[in-house]
Design a protein around this ligand. Structure first.
Ligand code: CUA
Length: 331
């Protein structure tokens, strides 16, 4: 209906229609109430205008009137609340099997890493009709990933991952904005999301040069940093075996339990002492400041790849012990 309306951005994801429907409902409801109130003002102003010999009669409260004007708005607000909550939870919960894109925001650009190993800056290529999950972090201040055509906006915070997902429904090129004031070049922190036909996308994937998948790069780092000397796959090492870890509930030394998600793995690399696994000693060195955000994403992708048995090289244990080498952060 509004596809050609100049103030309305294109709708290019499944979320767009849902958000628009709620938005239109809110606008119509507000418009209806405003018009109704103005009409009542005019009606009452005429009906109860000052006339000679007439006196106002005070009203002495009415329970039924009070119940009516409480219950009807409550019902209307509950409809808005439930409607909004349903959209919110749908937007926040990525479907299983979504392809994953890692995003690192910095002043003032977007850096994107595909699972297949492709890297992009300020440009994101995705295929039409596939679920895409964004796993995002910032290496400096708070940014916000905003794609109006998808009706999606998510803050991107330093020191942790936030996620969002979308399912593109229309091929095209769409604006990507930073929606959180992040410094002098904030307005220049823009880019585009290119939604391509699947065949075109395959061609695009094949076109670039990569150094292997994200998980493979992660495995290289895992060996470079000597993680595999303690996190072993063959025998019980000094650190927990990471095979099949992702998504599991982990018992901690202090009695707590946590789910091993992206944020847990991230924290366990940067600051291993924060959550020590039950039965292990806090002997792992701190990697805060030694790995870049991109390298951290690669390590997270590697640990996740250990869950799927037939993922080629990414699951192969390295039995040699190169010892802990000085890390070589990129950039
Ligand atoms: Cu990044 Cu504004």
């Amino acid at each position: 209906m509004f596809d050609n309306f100049p103030l309305w951005p294109a709708r290019a994801a499944t979320t767009a229609g849902q958000v628009d429907a709620l938005y239109i409902f809110l606008v119509l409801l507000s418009a209806f109430m405003s018009v109704a109130i103005f009409i009542m003002i005019l009606v009452f102003a005429t009906k109860y205008r000052r006339r000679h010999g007439r006196q106002a009669e005070p009203i002495e409260g009415s329970i039924s009137l009070e119940i009516t004007w409480s219950v009807i708005p409550l019902g209307v607000f509950l409809v808005i609340f439930v409607w909004g909550a349903v959209i919110f939870f749908r937007e926040r919960t990525a479907p299983a099997g979504a392809s994953e894109i890692y995003v690192v925001a910095k002043q003032w650009m977007w850096k994107l890493q595909h699972e297949e190993g492709q890297r992009e800056i300020n440009e994101l290529h995705v295929p039409l009709g596939r679920d895409v999950k964004m796993i995002m972090t910032s290496q400096d201040v708070i940014h916000s990933f905003y794609v109006p055509a998808f009706r999606l906006k998510q803050d991107v915070l330093p020191g942790r991952y936030t996620t969002m997902w979308f399912h593109p429904t229309k091929a095209g090129t769409y604006h990507l904005f930073c929606a959180e004031y992040c410094g002098t070049q904030h307005s220049g922190m823009i880019g585009q999301v290119v939604v391509m036909e699947p065949a075109q996308y395959q061609a695009w994937l094949g076109g670039g040069t990569t150094t292997g998948s994200l998980a493979q790069s992660g495995q290289t780092l895992f060996e470079q940093f000597g993680c595999n000397t303690c996190h072993r796959f063959d025998v019980q090492g000094r650190g927990p075996n990471l095979k099949g870890l992702f998504g599991k509930t982990v018992q901690l030394e202090d009695g707590r339990s946590v789910v091993a998600d992206e944020n847990y793995i991230r924290e366990s690399v940067l600051n291993p002492g924060a959550k020590v696994v039950s039965g292990f000693k806090p002997i792992m060195p701190v990697f805060q400041g030694l790995v870049s955000e991109e390298q951290l994403n690669e390590l997270v992708a590697y640990v996740k790849s250990l869950n799927t048995p037939a993922s080629g090289a990414a699951g192969t244990p390295n039995l040699q012990s190169p010892g802990i080498q000085p890390p070589t952060p990129k950039e």
